[in-house]
Structure formats: structure tokens, C-alpha cells
Design a protein around this ligand. Structure first.
Ligand code: SAM
Length: 290
């Protein structure tokens, strides 16, 4: 049954407030799901993993994930989609759908419950065509709240994808780029044009895969301190790093003079801007400040 037929059968109306732009061509979700796997799945083999999907919609990506991974756990906010998904996913026994707002879900207990199979703990990853209105909050929640994802593969607006994968000192580099570097490395997989969605959004999209460091590169304490510095550094983009950091009142670095000396010592000039620093440099700076 086509997803369109199912949406009509259940008299489903797309909700703009939930960022509902559904994929229409099955080849795209198949490519996204392929991008998550490190091996050829054409022989029917499934990767031994639990995949958390945020926003399954009518289930077009969910099915492709279920063909390639041991288990799929899909979290959908819109209760009107639950009967649609029950129909659409009826032939699959390795998918669980829960009707919740991903921003309100406590990930640790939920994933602990679903990643245990026969006493074995499955590796866990994320794959999603994210609703555009909450891309950054969802990504930050996933990264900050759960330290055990192997990868997070997401479709996002093309310009957001550019930001996620940007290099320091480029226009696209921002707080989210530096923050992601605390947890892993983001790579763009491919672009998807707006014509592949219903309704058609105004902008094109890209699929980005964040491979999380295993083992973690930074301690929770380093991440906490550095996140504070990154937030401050990008709070006023046009200001120099020194001007954005005075407000932090780090012990021993509470004046512009002291901060200017530190910036010169660490980065060669007092006028350095936050967008010029790599994640590693932010970590080193946070270590000195706190
Ligand atoms: N995965 C489907 C696809 O690719 O066709 C739908 C993707 S659509 C861009 C985003 C989906 O996320 C919608 O199904 C929407 O209802 C759901 N969604 C929006 N906000 C959500 C939230 N806070 N928690 C869980 N799901 C959410």
C-alpha cells in the first residue's frame, strides 16, 4: 500500500506545526538507511543494532531501517499518525512505535529497555528525517543526554547541514559546529532536493552522519566547561573572543586585560574571534579559564 493511500484512508491532514514534510520516493530513505550501515544489506543480513528514529511520519524510512537493523524504536509526537503507522508497518516485527514528544522523553531508561535482547546489549544509533523546527534542540538533546550512540544520521535543511560540517573560520561555522566536535565528527552524505517531499518545503535538504567518538574524546567535565565557553563565544558573533568572555567571570580571568593576554598567548592575537577556534582550541581555552 502506498503511504499516500494510507494517509487518505486514515483521513490524515499534514500538520505544519510538527514540521511534517514526508518523503515520497522510497529510494531516498533507502539511501539514508544504507548510509547508516557499513556493509551491503542486499543479502538480507541485518546490522546488530537498535536504531532510534525521531518522527517516523508514515513510516517510509522506518521500514528501510527495519530491513537493515535488528530493531527500530520510533518516537512520533502526532497521535494521528499512530493508526497510520500501525497499518504501514504491519508486516514488520522488529519495530516499536511510541507516541511521545522526543524532547520530553528520558532517553536512558527508554533505550536501556529496548536495546537489551536475550541478555545482550545492542549498540544503539539514531537515524531521522528531522522536523526542521527543532533540528538543533533535538540534536543537542541526543548528544548531551545520551553518551552511547554509535552514530547519529539525520536529514536536515541544506544550510543547517553546512553548519554541522563547517570548518573553523568559515561563514557556516557556529556554536553547533564547535559543540558537535565535542562528541564526534559530522560528514555530509548527500543532498536531497525539495521536490522529494510532500508538502514540498522551500529549501533543499542534506543527510549528515555524525560518528560519535568511541571511546569519548572528552570527559563530561571538559564538555560542560567547554560548552559554556562556546555558548559565550558565539553569543555575539561580531565581537572578539575577549569581549564575549568577560561576562563569564572566570576566576583569574575577569578583566579584558587578562583575557587579552591569554588570547595572545594561546592564539597569537588579542583580537581572535570565536569562529576562528576549533573544538580542540575551545577545550584548551576552557581548561585554562575554569
Ligand atoms: N520520517 C518521515 C519521512 O521521512 O517521511 C517523516 C519526517 S517529517 C520531516 C518529521 C516527523 O517528525 C513528523 O512525523 C512529525 O510529526 C514528527 N515530529 C515533529 N516533532 C516531533 C517531536 N517533538 N517528537 C517526535 N516526533 C516529532
Amino acid at each position: 500500500m502506498s503511504d499516500n493511500y494510507l494517509l487518505e484512508k486514515h483521513n490524515f491532514k499534514m500538520q505544519k506545526k510538527y514540521g511534517q514534510n514526508f518523503l515520497t520516493d522510497v529510494r531516498i530513505p533507502a539511501r539514508i538507511a544504507d548510509g547508516c550501515t557499513d556493509f551491503d544489506v542486499t543479502d538480507g543480513k541485518r546490522a546488530d543494532s537498535l536504531i532510534l528514529e525521531v518522527g517516523p511520519g508514515a513510516g517510509i524510512l522506518t521500514k528501510e531501517l527495519a530491513k537493515r537493523f535488528t530493531k527500530v524504536l520510533a518516537v512520533e509526537i502526532d497521535e494521528e499518525l499512530i493508526p497510520v503507522l500501525a497499518d504501514s508497518l504491519a508486516g514488520y516485527d522488529n519495530i516499536t512505535v511510541i507516541n511521545q514528544d522526543v524532547m520530553k522523553v528520558e532517553l536512558a531508561p527508554l533505550l536501556a529497555e529496548h536495546r537489551n535482547i536475550d541478555g545482550k546489549k545492542l549498540p544503539v544509533s539514531v537515524c531521522a528525517n528531522l522536523p526542521y523546527y527543532i533540528t538543533t534542540p533535538v540534536l543537542m538533546k541526543l548528544l548531551e543526554e545520551y553518551g552511547e550512540f554509535s552514530f547519529i544520521t539525520v536529514m536536515v535543511q541544506k544550510e543547517v547541514a553546512r553548519r554541522l560540517c563547517a570548518k573553523p573560520a568559515t561563514d557556516d561555522y557556529g556554536a553547533i559546529t564547535a559543540a558537535i566536535g565535542l562528541y564526534g565528527k559530522a560528514t555530509k552524505l548527500f543532498d536531497v532536493s525539495a521536490g522529494n517531499f510532500n508538502p514540498k518545503p522551500k529549501v533543499d535538504s542534506s543527510v549528515v552522519k555524525i560518528s560519535l567518538y568511541e571511546p569519548a574524546k572528552y570527559t563530561p567535565e571538559q564538555i560542560e566547561k567547554t560548552s559554556k565557553v562556546i555558548k559565550a563565544a558565539f553569543s555575539m558573533r561580531r565581537k572578539t573572543l575577549v569581549n564575549t568572555l568577560v561576562g563569564l567571570c572566570a576566576p583569574g580571568y575577569d578583566t579584558k586585560e587578562k583575557l587579552s593576554d591569554l588570547a595572545t598567548e594561546m592564539f597569537g592575537k588579542p583580537t581572535v574571534r570565536g569562529e576562528e577556534l576549533s573544538t580542540e582550541q575551545f577545550v584548551a581555552l576552557a581548561q585554562r579559564l575554569f
